[in-house]
Write a protein that binds this ligand. Structure first.
Ligand code: NOJ
Length: 525
């Protein structure tokens, strides 16, 4: 079916932390293959795999040294082919992550650039530049890296002959590509064709609003005190030529049958982000304005309304997310503890009731909270350079309740997971939740199965209108033009439900009312 994604539920698999088949403490492709029945049981339409390609793992795989191979840590290309075939046989599509803004210092093209002379064609694949000062002792401009510290690294700090610096918007292990050079575009065309030819159903584009930098790379007028992604530096993102890249990728995606999905990580205000989903560009971008919300009805309603207005200007279907591997888990963001659990369940019910595509991050279906990973065990480069750790959202999934240690993440007794799994996580384990019909997992399965019944056809999902409102009691209603209403009680007290049949609710109704911190779907009569 074409445009299957317009109404899909896509589940983000973070391979390092999903399931570890070989017992080295790090999840792998075989682990995903073995857990395919679990993925199918979630009623999802697709999975997005974060990077498993060859990488020195400086940024947990977002530093790719060979875009067309599998890192031995995760398996082999043969394993990938098996995974793809297994997923397809379970009715699950597969998206892979492509990282076009930057690569790894171990990419042979970067190694060749370092070995070549300043001014060479090899160096022109990246942003090499002389620094400032008599001896090039200061970086070429004042840009800061998203992970903290200068965005430039001197190639040979001791050399008086080769005094160039290279640009890295993320860690020094992730040099930025020079997209002004047509050879870079050609390289990535070959990369995306490689995966499409292999049979993947789509790609997620990392830092899709990056790639091009402002001409001449002038100093940024402000140097942020707080690291806020690329948002801190408009000169390093959202440059006009980037849209031409996605137009050409869209043409490639449509050469295939069925067409392949392009979803971009575009962390911009909704108005700017929408421009990436014009009819001939990416199909979708994650709605980051929504993904970062706390438990605040006024904001949900206002941001929902804004996203709806904006997406209609470009005619794209909505795509929702509340969690991913970079964001604090909703349970914790929404207040933590039992209250946070309750709200996170409500948020999942709400999300699955909305039209469009829904992205769910592994563990969200279990109601996993953010973990305060012991400092000595933190692995995120953002922690080392910028003092912010994303490790707490990346802790391995607890599969079984009985065993201590990794809770079944690794099959080998005593295997040490790459990030420690909290001892109490047996309570969140899939094994335990499968036995409990009131669990977060049971609710998730119920909601995704019901969603299929209330789903608009993919083709009309873009035209289905969504109207958000909030009343004085914090009752948020997202009303679909096909009649289904998603009601979220975000205030202090229980709320009345609009007339109609209650299809699903995250908590039992009390005297016909929806309790505070709960969500329900109400169908038109
Ligand atoms: C966004 C990814 O989601 C994040 O994990 C990564 O660190 C940056 N892009 C850099 O690739």
């Amino acid at each position: 079916m074409s445009d299957w994604w317009n109404s899909a539920v896509i589940y983000e698999v973070y391979p390092r932390s999903f399931s570890d088949a070989d017992g080295d403490g790090i999840g792998d492709l075989r682990g995903i293959i073995e857990r395919m029945p679990y993925l199918e049981s979630l009623g999802i339409d697709g999975i997005w795999l974060t990077p498993f390609q060859r990488s020195p793992q400086v940024d947990q795989g977002y530093d790719i040294s060979d875009y067309c191979d599998v890192d031995p840590l995760f398996g082999s290309l043969a394993d990938f082919d098996e995974l793809l075939a297994a997923a397809h046989s379970h009715g699950i599509r597969v998206l892979v992550d492509i990282v076009p803004n930057h690569t790894s210092i171990e990419n042979p093209l970067f190694e060749a650039a370092v070995a070549a002379a300043p001014g060479s064609i090899e160096r022109d694949m990246f942003h090499f530049s002389e620094g400032r000062g008599l001896n090039s002792e200061s970086p070429p401009n004042n840009w800061v890296s998203v992970f903290g510290g200068p965005a430039w690294h001197r190639v040979f700090p001791e050399s008086t002959v080769d005094t160039q610096w290279y640009l890295h918007l993320f860690s020094p292990g992730q040099p930025d590509w020079n997209w002004e050079n047509p050879a870079v575009a050609a390289y990535f065309e070959a990369v995306i064709r490689f995966w499409f030819d292999r049979g993947v159903d789509g790609i997620r584009v990392d830092v899709a609003h990056g790639l091009y930098k402002a001409a001449g790379m002038p100093d940024s007028p402000t140097v942020p005190a707080v690291i806020d992604g690329l948002r801190s530096n408009p000169l390093a993102m959202d440059q006009e030529p980037v849209h031409e890249v996605y137009r050409s990728w869209r043409r490639i995606a449509e050469e295939y049958s069925p067409a392949r999905l392009l979803v971009g990580e575009v962390n911009l205000e909704p108005e700017r982000s929408a421009r990436y989903t014009r009819a001939d560009e990416l199909h979708q971008t994650f709605a980051f304005a929504f993904a970062k919300l706390g438990w605040d009805g006024k904001q949900w309603s206002a941001v929902g309304q804004q996203l709806e207005a904006v997406r209609r200007t470009v005619g794209s279907a909505p795509s929702w997310a509340l969690e991913n591997h970079d964001i604090v888990r909703t349970v914790t963001r929404f207040g933590g503890g039992a209250l946070g659990q309750q709200r996170a369940r409500a948020a999942v019910v709400a999300l699955l009731g909305l039209p469009g595509t829904v992205y769910i991050y592994q563990g969200q279906e279990l109601g996993l909270p953010e973990v305060d990973v012991p400092v000595a065990r933190r692995a995120d480069p953002m922690w080392f350079n910028g003092g912010v750790s994303r490790d707490g959202a990346r802790v391995p999934l607890p599969w079984d309740a009985a065993s201590a240690g990794s809770h079944g993440f690794s099959p080998v007794p005593g295997a040490e997971p790459w990030l420690p799994v909290p001892p109490a996580w047996g309570d969140f384990s899939i094994e335990r939740q499968e036995l409990d019909e009131t669990s977060a997992l049971a609710l998730f399965r119920q909601a995704s199965a019901l969603r299929a019944q209330f789903e608009v056809s993919s083709s009309s999902s873009a035209s289905l209108a969504l109207d958000w409102s909030i009343d004085g009691n914090g009752r948020v209603i997202a009303r679909r033009s096909d009649g289904l209403r998603v009601v979220i009680a975000m205030g202090e007290s229980a709320v009345e439900l609009p007339a109609g049949a209650v299809v699903l609710s995250s908590e039992a109704l009390v005297d016909g009312k929806l309790p505070a911190n709960a969500a329900a779907w109400v169908a038109a009569e």
